[in-house]
Design a protein around this ligand. Structure first.
Ligand code: XBP
Length: 263
């Protein structure tokens, strides 16, 4: 295998459980616009098959007799984003267990970090500031978000965009995702992928993942392997990733002293 040099993270459901906050933001924007639309959890779970908030609204409108025009959808989505960002800035979201630990461990080992997400850039910026502080966004070498690519997940575009800006090949990276759409997108770009199951991501459709766990885990809440090789310890850390890569038939040396990553 090539030397592991970067970890690439999805955002919603992977870095943090955010989709309930998104759902409330959508409903707040609908009410603000005087629309009698309301997405409950069951409806939202179905609509999440469509990635991208504007695209999700469009999918919902296809079921209505009088859909809004494109400009109205963009205005509605901008209002939703404002509601979501305000909620994130009010401290209503936390990183999932183990995310901060792995991010900092990876940086200390000389790995690069990136984000590949369908969500809007403003949402990412607010989340990273709110959960990791003013230096949060600076932890990531590349942030690929929202409309920077023409086709959203499950298309591989966003991961290819991130690889291009990292200047790395897919075989030097591992992606972290929580949905079949996200897994399909990362695999489509040739990137081995760890799935951390989430509130809305389900537990099916992950057959081609490198590993499926219920989260990255932390000492208080060890992670559980749902599919793939057993981990050497109670959490998914760099040693665990090395172990999984070996089990997948690829050797991964200990982090090099030069800080050039694993491999
Ligand atoms: C999740 C999405 C986004 C969010 C809503 O992206 O599909 O659409 O649900 O955010 P990912 P926006 O899992 O790739 O992080 O309304 O800004 O799209």
């Amino acid at each position: 295998m090539d030397r592991l040099q970067a970890l690439i993270f999805d955002v919603d459901g992977t870095l943090a459980e955010t989709e309930e906050l998104h759902r409330h933001a959508f409903n707040a924007a609908f009410a603000e616009a005087g629309l009698d639309w309301h997405w409950d959890q069951a409806a939202y779970a179905g609509l999440l098959e469509v990635t991208g908030g504007k695209e999700r609204i469009a999918r919902y409108m296809a079921t209505l007799p009088a859909p809004l025009d494109g400009d109205a959808v963009r205005r509605l989505h901008a209002a939703k984003t404002a509601h979501y960002v305000a909620a994130v800035e009010a401290g209503k979201v936390m990183l999932r267990p183990g995310v901060r630990r792995l991010l900092l461990e990876a940086r200390a080992a000389g790995l690069r970090l990136a984000i590949a997400t369908t969500t809007s850039p403003a949402n990412v910026d607010a989340l990273l500031h709110a959960t990791l502080g003013a230096d949060g966004p600076g932890l990531f070498d590349v942030v690929g978000a929202g409309d920077v690519v023409p086709r959203k997940k499950p298309a591989p575009d966003i991961y290819r965009w991130v690889l291009d800006r990292l200047g790395l090949s897919a075989t030097c990276c591992i992606a972290f995702e929580d949905t079949p759409n996200g897994l399909h997108s990362a695999l489509g770009a040739g990137i081995r992928t760890v799935v951390t199951t989430s509130l809305y991501g389900g537990t099916a459709g992950f057959e081609d993942a490198l590993l499926v766990v219920d989260g990255l885990g932390d000492p208080a809440a060890p992670c559980r392997v749902l599919r793939g090789p057993a981990l050497p310890g109670p959490v998914l850390d760099l040693a665990g990733l090395q172990s999984v890569l070996r089990a997948a038939g690829r050797s991964a040396a200990a982090p090099s002293s030069s800080g050039k990553g694993l491999g």
